[in-house]
Design a protein around this ligand. Structure first.
Ligand SMILES: Cc1cc2nc3c(=O)[nH]c(=O)nc-3n(C[C@H](O)[C@H](O)[C@H](O)COP(=O)(O)OP(=O)(O)OC[C@H]3O[C@@H](n4cnc5c(N)ncnc54)[C@H](O)[C@@H]3O)c2cc1C
Length: 341
């Protein structure tokens, strides 16, 4: 363990100011950052604790908007009646993450900044193999090694990792905005653009960049439209608790009103759907969203729509199964959100 200085932030502004120094990290719940210290992924000289900042807490509805402070824990969000009522997919994603103990400490600000679970990235120092995220230019061991849990969209030869956050998938699906505070003042980042695929990062000339958060920026909270649409979050994993997703899907569905005397399945009026753990960012199926209005809410009708929207999937040799699994998760999320399963 390396020594580091520790300070408690008095205000969000002072925390953001401290972050302007690249040798400083902020700590919220510490469930991710302390693992990075242990593995050698991060070694800051100074740690600024934002855990005491009441201005970053709270869950409230203002008009048609749900606001969630960056320090809200996953359990607080998952169990809050305002969230279960207006953003059910987010509540469900939070409660399906990690374990009850971790959810009591893990904040939603830190959650979207967690890093990949790629085992080659998560190795302890000294790193026994190349990893471009840990040692830029060294190579990607996963590409020629094991990669069954890795990306099927947006990867490059430099890195095939996925972003593992559950809440980020629901936030992207629900068109949430992240409020951030940095050296240039406050700004917002749409959550569907917050994370970058490896391809997007490479095209921007920063192949290892993972988010649009600039150095020195602090997440202060999230705003999302309070929604009356049915919602669901489906997480496919190897065991029912304390396990990351192999794939996941978040969906929101509004059905056309059923005419008196009509029989058969309802039809979709509007739908949103995003996949998780298939890329380095949540993957909105925008082509499906455009096609779904008018579609009957049945498995048979939904499968071809989702397949067309996923036609550009590019699985690696060991993870072709994720294409089918993600398709099925999306269909199940839509059916559940629409009340058909
Ligand atoms: C065993 C285990 C299992 C897990 N399983 C899951 C799972 O199934 N699904 C899932 O989604 N997650 C899972 N997680 C991840 C967990 O949810 C995150 O570790 C947690 O949410 C991070 O929040 P934190 O407050 O502890 O962040 P910290 O560890 O305090 O910080 C993490 C990073 O975010 C930065 N940061 C924190 N808050 C802010 C802010 N407001 N503004 C800017 N930067 C900030 C820190 O500087 C640091 O870089 C798991 C974690 C563990 C340890």
């Amino acid at each position: 363990m390396r020594d580091f200085a520790y300070a408690r932030a008095g205000t969000a502004e002072s925390a953001a100011g401290a972050l302007a120094d690249p040798r400083t990290s902020v700590i919220a719940g510490g469930t991710e950052l302390l693992n990075w210290f242990r593995l050698g992924i991060a070694a800051p000289d100074r740690v600024v604790d934002i855990g005491g900042l009441d201005e970053l807490r709270g869950i409230a509805v203002h008009g048609a908007e749900l606001r969630i402070g960056a320090l809200a824990t996953l359990n607080e969000i998952g169990e809050h009646p305002l969230v279960t009522r207006t953003a059910g997919a987010l509540a469900s994603a939070c409660l399906q993450a990690a374990s009850a103990q971790i959810r009591n400490r893990a904040t939603i600000g830190g959650n979207v900044l967690q890093r990949t679970r790629c085992p080659y990235f998560r190795a302890e120092e000294p790193l026994p193999w190349p990893c471009n995220k840990r040692d830029p230019g060294s190579g990607c061991t996963s590409l020629a090694g094991r990669h069954e849990r890795q990306a099927i969209f947006g990867w490059t030869q430099d890195c095939v990792a996925v972003q593992p956050s559950d809440p980020a998938v629901a936030l992207a699906m629900l068109d949430a905005q992240a409020d951030v505070l940095g050296p240039a003042g406050p700004r917002t980042i749409p959550m569907r653009e917050f994370h970058l695929t490896q391809r997007e990062a490479a095209d921007a000339g920063q192949p290892m960049r993972e988010t649009r958060l600039e150095p020195g920026e602090l997440i202060t909270g999230y705003r999302l439209p309070a929604s009356a649409d049915g919602q669901a979050y489906v997480k496919v994993r190897e065991r029912a608790s304390y396990e990351y997703a192999i794939v996941s899907a978040a969906a929101a569905v509004r059905l056309d009103p059923v005419l008196p005397g009509a029989c058969g399945a309802g039809r979709i009026a509007a739908a949103r759907v995003a996949l998780g753990s298939v890329a380095q960012r949540p993957w909105r199926l925008t082509l499906a969203e455009a096609e779904l209005p008018g579609t009957p809410l049945t498995r048979e009708a939904l499968i071809p729509v989702i397949e067309r929207a996923m036609a550009d999937a590019a699985p690696l040799p060991q993870n072709g199964f994720k294409v089918t699994m993600a398709r099925n998760a999306a269909v199940r999320a839509l059916l559940t959100a629409g009340g058909a399963s």
